[in-house]
Write a new protein. Sequence first.
Length: 327
Amino acid sequence: MSDVVDLDKALLRQLYCRMRLIRRFEETAEELYKRGTVVGLLHLYIGEEAVATGVCLALNEDDYITSTHRGHGHLIAKGGDVKRLLAELCGRVTGYCRGKGGSMHAADLRLGILGANGIVGGGFGIATGAALSAKKRNSGQVTVCFFGDGAANQGIFMEVMNMAALWQLPVVYVCENNHFGEYTRFDEATVASQPIGARAAAFGLPTVQVDGNDVIAVYKAAKEAVDRARAGGGPGFIEARTYRLRGHHMGDVGFGRRYRTKEELADRWRQEPVARFRAWLLENQVFSESELAEIEATVEAEMQEAVDYANGSPVPDLTELTEHVYA
Ligand SMILES: Cc1ncc(C[n+]2csc(CCOP(=O)(O)OP(=O)(O)O)c2C)c(N)n1
């Protein structure tokens, strides 16, 4: 990480706070899943917190994001409500989708969060359409499209980059390269001799590859791309190189011991983004140990409030079984 502190202290505090909240949310969801309180599929974002956080804090409140099946971090980083998200995971009526959508369908339109998505690559069209709408309305809003390295191999990725480049849309495509697509390693599914950004560069998009476990590097790369898009400079592409520290989902027992070694996982834990940023904040004397402890206590209190809220909320009444659902 950079040894220069050139960001505002309030922003650095917010970056740490959001990353820590995402980590604690995911750990809590994992725990509640094991107890049977969280229902449905659960894809954890542990290890990737710096990407959502760095990118979303470079956005305005009315900017848009599209998310993925691994989407809790995106929603929380954009300012979404952890109480309603946890309640949704627990199938409670106070959740984002009245407890009927689960982990992969939360959206918060007031905050420009256009929704998680169980369809890999499902955000590409939505994000590009939102950017087209913003451009037509001259609203000054920028859209960020989060997607995985696996999703980069979906054909629609090429279609939207062509459109975005042709119409100079205010959209930033953020590829979260966490090195796996389900149980397959990145280089077994994707030509790894070329950066994924080479595909975007072929359409003329400015591209950048960034250490996705370095929240400051992510923030700066995102800020540059977002500012350029907002100023009329067209779409951008960021590949954030990170690592998925948990299994593909909760059913992937042993955190992927069939497709990676214990040593690889241990080595990646040593580079994990939350502890790394914490150490950086201390080393650079941005915050003292007691100031960090105070931030962490605030996060714990917010998580506890979310757990109480979810536990204290009822499941939807049987009479609304067929309401608010499309199929
Ligand atoms: C269109 C489609 N194809 C396949 C799947 C099954 N599937 C779910 S997650 C996943 C892997 C996605 O990998 P990546 O985009 O890298 O995201 P990550 O899980 O690593 O965050 C696949 C193939 C799906 N949900 N949708």
